[in-house]
Ligand binder design. Structure first.
Ligand code: GDP
Ligand code: MG
Length: 309
């Protein structure tokens, strides 16, 4: 027994480095408030007439997509919320495409972003390449049930024929379960790569939300503020970054609420930080859009003035 306890103590010690592997944050109420304000007051880049940023969460069933939305939603509700179905009950083949809104406070106004939740990386029932394109370009109607045996086509009821910028995805966050990244099936990695090609073609920024970090590091599980000292989390971030070809600074370790009864300041800080980074990425994408729109306007006005000459 004693031996076991010593072993446990040693394990915990080696898990936690003396220096943080990433610049540590100030786990304070002040930072929590700042991040909350930043997210709550977020407005997409002006000049494009866009009300809400669209962030697509994509990952295998059970990766923690619904729980990530629930976590963010809980923070703004001020209490644990389970609005999106999370857990094994949802492990059905047909899972709807949802564009979740987060409200500021109880019955408050919706914030200016949506977290879009879809499956699509399953080994056998993933999305077709074509469907991924449709999803990114905003052709897929809200609540559409992806069905592996009947792919979405332009004839599908509700298919958004002419999507606007508001229907499109402005950032993609791959949601990966940290406790299973080393056993991701080859087929799933292939799907991710194929999807990344489509995302890159459109110049959409991408990131990774690395969930379940509490399950790979006991110290972090006890106290989320240990995350940037955790050797296991560091290693996992490195591995994912390599596998996905995404810089480590775009891999965000998070811990979702899953069985907590109350909010936790550190969990909130880590989640809000990841979300605020995703919103920055949305703006990077929108800046490019704005350049395109302005260039287009310029060339049409040139054509117009030439015609009137
Ligand atoms: N320990 C732990 N469990 C999590 C975390 N995120 C999600 N879960 C649990 O993992 C299961 C699947 O999560 P869910 O959000 O439904 O995954 P989805 O299929 O991607 O929407 C649920 O039972 C969650 O409670 C996390 O960060 N830590
Ligand atoms: Mg889900």
């Amino acid at each position: 027994m004693e031996e076991l306890r010593e072993e446990e103590a040693l394990r915990k010690e080696t898990q936690i480095a003396e220096k943080p592997w990433l610049r540590n944050v100030d786990w304070s109420t002040k930072l929590e408030e700042q991040l909350k304000d930043k997210v709550a007051s977020y407005k997409p880049l002006s000049g494009l007439n866009l009300k809400q940023a669209m962030i697509l969460l994509v990952g295998q069933v059970g990766a923690g997509k619904s729980s990530y939305f629930n976590t963010i939603n809980s923070i703004f509700r001020g209490q644990i919320s389970i609005q999106a179905n999370a857990g094994s009950a949802e492990k059905s083949l047909t899972t709807s495409f949802r564009k979740y809104q987060v409200r500021d406070g109880y019955a408050g106004k919706p914030l200016n972003f949506r977290l879009c939740d879809t499956r699509g990386l399953e080994e056998d029932e993933g999305l077709e390449d074509q469907e991924i394109g449709y999803l990114l370009d905003g052709h897929v109607p809200e609540k559409y049930k992806f069905n592996p045996s009947v792919p979405l086509t332009t004839d599908t009821i509700g298919f958004v024929k002419i999507p606007t910028l508001a229907d499109q995805m402005h950032c993609v966050a791959f949601v990966l379960d940290a406790s299973t990244v080393d056993v991701i099936p080859v087929k799933v990695v292939e799907r991710i790569k194929a999807m990344q090609t489509r995302i890159n073609q459109r110049g959409i920024p991408q990131a990774v939300l690395l969930t379940n970090i509490d399950r790979i590091c006991e110290a972090t599980s006890d106290d989320v503020s240990k995350v940037f000292y955790s050797a296991a989390v560091k290693e996992c971030v490195e591995r994912v970054s390599m596998m996905m070809g995404i810089p480590q600074t775009q891999v965000f370790p998070v811990k979702n609420y899953h069985r907590e009864a109350d909010l936790d300041q550190n969990i909130n800080i880590l989640s809000l930080k990841s979300l605020s980074r995703l919103l920055n990425f949305v703006d990077d994408f929108l800046y490019n859009k704005l350049d395109e729109v302005e260039a287009e306007n310029e060339s049409t006005s040139k054509v117009k003035s030439r015609i009137s000459e």
